[in-house]
Design a binder for this molecule. Sequence first.
Ligand code: SF4
Length: 93
Amino acid sequence: MTDKKIAKIEVKRDLCIGAASCVIAAGTVFELDAENRAIIKLAGGKKDSGPADKTALESPAISDEELLTAAESCPTAAVYLYAEDGSQIYPQP
Ligand code: SF4
């Protein structure tokens, strides 16, 4: 894994097929919405596809490893992870 820390998370909703692998891998961060696409759970009960700051998550304590596992579990690579400097961590550019 990269040594960069994950700062932002995004779900590319146009790529999401509702397979729910990310929800199984990281249910505190992702859920499926009424359109059967993944959405990110933010503090205060907000939901957004992002890019969302990791610190704004409903459960910001999630480890980078868990987030990466969730992103890697997506069959269409619809979960994008970014570092603080904006560079893309996953999928590997
Ligand atoms: S794993 Fe990918 S395709 Fe499945 S719900 Fe999550 S983002 Fe969508």
